[in-house]
Ligand binder design. Structure first.
Ligand SMILES: [Fe+2]
Length: 580
C-alpha cells in the first residue's frame, strides 16, 4: 500500500489531499476550516482532517508530495534577475519559503503539533504546473491526452504543455515569467477596482456588458508568438518571480500594483474599489476577456500542434475562466475536456499526490473521478446536536419526504440552504454545500443578493441541469460536472430560466447525473415534476466568506441571514418555525 499526502503550502489556496494506491480519498482547502479565504500558510487543519477522514496516522505517511519545486527552472530565474536587478528582493522572499519547504518534517511537526519521530515520510517536490496537469489528467479515464496548465505563475512558469500517456506525463513546453495570461487579467482587474486575490471571476461576469472600444490597446498588450505569448512591458510593472503577490500576517494574499503609468495616461485614474462602475470599466472588462480568449485559444492550438489529441486535461487559475473553457470546442481542435474541479492552486495538493502515486511510485490503477465530493461529512447525531445548540426548530424526514418538501419550498420561491454529504473539493458548490432556488422567477437574483449573497449586481447565478436534459437547454452537450464551462442557453429556455440567464444569454452550468449525486439529482427531478424545469439555480452556501464546511457553519449562516429554509442531513428547518 502506498499512502501519499499532497500539500499546497506557503502558497495561495493552501490545501491537503490523501491518495492511497492511486485513489483520491480526501481533499480539503484550509480556507474551509480556518475560514480565511485563499489562506496561504501551512494547511495544518486540512492535514489533520485529511488524515482523520482517511483513518490514517502521521506515521502511516509514505510520501508527502508538495506541489512546488523551488529548484525547477533555476537557470531561467537567474537569467531574469540578472536582467531585472530590482527583483533581487523578490528572489530573497522565495528563498525564505524555500527554506521552510526544505525542512518540511520540522515544519509539519511544529504546525501539526506532532512528534518529529513519527514522521518517516519521504518528501517529493512536484513542479507547480506539472502538479496542475497531473491533477486533471489522472482523474480522467483517458490513456492519452494533451496536458495544459496556465495561471499567473508558479515555479517561474506561466504555462505548460505536456503529453500524457498511460501513467506518464512528459513536459513538452514552458512559457516563463513575465509573459502570463493570468497576470494580464489580474492587471486589468486591479485597474478597474477589483483588487482582491481571486476577483478575476467578477470581471469575467462584467465583460458581456462592455463593447470592443479598446480593442487596439488590448491588441498592443499581448502578442501571440510561435512559442507562446509576449506581454508588452509598457503596461505591466516588472513584478518578477513572485508575480506581484505577497502573503500578509493573517495568511491572506495581497496583490501589489501590476499596472504602469501608461495605463493611467491612456484611461485616467484607476477606479476606486466599491465606487460606481461606468462605461470605461465595462469596456475594459470586455477587452481583457476578449484578449484573454485570444491568447488562451492560441496556446491551446500551439499545444494541439505538438500533441495532436482530441482530448485535453486542463488546470491552473486561467482554467477557472469558464467562458473561455466553453469556447474551446469552437476555437480549437480539442473535442473533450477534463478540467480539475480545483483548477486553482488549491488543486496542487491533489495533483502533486496523484503525480507521485501514479508516475513515481506506479502505486495502483488509475481511479477516474467524475465528482468533487472529497471533503468531510457529518453524521446525523452531530447535525442534530448543532441544531439543538442553536435552538433551531426542525423536523426529521425520510429521504423521499425531504426531497418532496424541499422541492415544494423551492417552487414557492423560497431560499433553501442544502447541506448534504461530503463537502465539494474546489471553488464551486456542486449540490452538497449549496443554496438552491427557483431558476425561473424574475426576482430570484435580487432576492438572493438582498437577503444573503450581496454580490455585485452584474454577476450571474449558475444553473444545475439534469445531465440528460443538457442538450435540450444548452447549445453545447459536452458535460460540465464541475461548473467550469459557460454555454449559450437555447432561445426557447431563456425566459423560462430568467434567473440563471446572463446578459449574453449564457449560463455557467453544472451537469449532474444520478451516479454523481443521487440526492441532489432526485431533488432537481422532484422540482422538474412540479415545474417542467430540469434546472435549479445553485449558488454556494455562504455569505461573503469561504463556503460553509461544518453543520455549525451552515446553521450559523441560516440563522444570521434571511434564508427561508435549511435542509441539513435529514432535518428540515423553516425560518418561521425556528426559535431563532
Ligand atoms: Fe497555479
Amino acid at each position: 500500500m502506498s499512502v501519499v499526502l499532497g500539500l499546497n503550502t506557503l502558497h495561495a489556496g493552501a490545501s491537503a489531499a490523501v491518495v492511497i494506491d492511486g485513489k483520491p480519498q480526501v481533499a480539503i482547502a484550509e480556507e474551509r476550516l480556518n475560514r480565511v479565504k485563499y489562506y496561504a500558510n501551512f494547511p495544518r487543519l486540512a492535514v489533520r482532517e485529511c488524515l482523520r477522514i482517511a483513518g490514517l496516522d502521521f506515521r502511516d505517511l509514505d510520501v508527502v508530495a508538495v506541489g512546488r519545486d523551488s529548484s525547477a527552472n533555476r537557470a531561467k530565474k537567474i537569467e531574469y534577475v540578472l536582467t531585472h536587478p530590482s527583483q533581487l528582493l523578490n528572489l530573497m522572499q522565495l528563498r525564505t519559503s524555500r527554506t521552510a519547504l526544505e525542512d518540511l518534517k520540522a515544519e509539519m511537526a511544529r504546525e501539526c503539533e506532532v512528534d518529529p519521530a513519527e514522521l518517516r515520510f519521504k518528501q517529493h517536490n512536484v513542479e507547480h504546473h506539472l502538479a496542475h496537469i497531473a491533477s486533471a489528467y489522472y482523474i480522467s479515464d483517458w490513456d492519452h491526452a494533451a496536458g495544459f496548465s496556465a495561471d499567473g505563475s508558479g515555479d517561474f512558469v506561466t504555462c505548460m504543455f505536456a503529453e500524457c500517456r498511460g501513467p506518464e506525463i512528459e513536459v513538452k513546453h514552458r512559457v516563463y515569467v513575465p509573459h502570463s495570461l493570468g497576470s494580464l487579467y489580474t492587471m486589468v482587474c486591479q485597474f478597474i477596482g477589483y483588487t482582491k486575490y481571486g476577483d478575476e471571476g467578477k470581471v469575467m461576469g462584467l465583460a458581456p456588458y462592455g463593447e470592443p472600444t479598446y480593442a487596439d490597446v488590448f491588441g498592443d498588450m499581448l502578442t501571440c508568438t510561435d512559442d507562446g505569448l509576449r506581454l508588452n512591458p509598457s503596461y505591466f510593472l516588472p513584478f518578477g518571480s513572485g508575480q506581484g503577490l505577497m502573503i500578509n500576517e493573517r495568511g491572506e494574499m495581497e496583490i501589489q500594483r501590476h499596472y504602469t503609468d501608461r495605463m493611467i495616461q491612456l484611461f485616467g485614474r484607476p477606479r476606486e474599489p466599491y465606487t460606481e462602475l461606468g462605461r470605461r470599466e465595462f469596456d475594459l472588462a470586455f477587452g481583457v476577456q476578449q484578449v484573454f480568449e485570444t491568447g488562451f485559444m492560441h496556446l491551446l492550438r500551439l499545444l494541439h500542434a505538438r500533441v495532436p489529441s482530441e482530448r485535453i486535461a486542463m488546470a491552473g487559475g486561467c482554467v477557472l475562466n469558464s467562458v473561455a473553457n466553453g469556447k474551446v470546442f469552437d476555437g480549437t481542435p480539442f473535442r473533450e475536456t477534463c478540467i480539475q474541479p480545483a483548477a486553482g492552486d488549491e488543486g496542487l495538493a491533489l495533483g502533486a499526490a496523484l503525480y507521485v502515486s501514479q508516475a513515481i511510485l506506479k502505486g495502483g490503477p488509475r481511479c477516474p473521478l467524475d465528482h468533487a465530493y472529497l471533503g468531510p461529512e457529518y453524521d446525523e447525531p452531530t447535525i442534530q446536536r448543532e441544531l439543538d445548540a442553536r435552538n433551531v426548530t426542525y423536523v426529521r424526514l425520510e429521504r423521499d419526504a425531504l426531497l418532496q418538501e424541499t422541492a415544494d419550498e423551492i417552487v414557492k420561491g423560497n431560499v433553501v440552504g442544502w447541506f448534504q454529504g461530503r463537502m465539494e473539493w474546489g471553488p464551486r458548490a456542486l449540490g452538497n454545500r449549496s443554496i438552491v432556488v427557483h431558476p425561473g422567477l424574475p426576482n430570484m437574483k435580487d432576492v438572493l443578493n438582498a437577503r444573503i449573497k450581496r454580490r455585485e449586481w452584474f454577476r450571474p447565478f449558475a444553473p444545475t441541469v439534469l445531465a440528460e436534459r443538457q442538450a435540450d437547454v444548452f447549445e453545447h452537450s459536452h458535460p460540465s460536472p464541475f461548473m467550469l464551462h459557460v454555454y449559450k442557453i437555447r432561445p426557447e429556455w431563456r425566459e423560462r430560466l430568467v434567473a440563471v440567464n446572463h446578459v449574453d444569454d449564457t449560463g455557467r452550468l453544472q451537469t449532474v447525473t444520478r451516479d454523481q449525486n443521487p440526492l441532489y439529482y432526485d431533488l432537481i427531478k422532484a422540482f422538474e415534476q412540479r415545474t417542467g424545469l430540469p434546472v435549479v439555480l445553485n449558488t454556494s452556501f455562504n455569505e461573503n466568506e469561504p463556503i460553509v464546511c461544518s453543520p455549525a457553519d451552515a446553521i450559523e449562516c441560516f440563522v444570521r441571514t434571511k434564508m427561508d429554509v435549511l435542509a441539513i442531513g435529514p432535518f428540515l428547518c423553516r425560518k418561521g418555525d425556528a426559535a431563532s
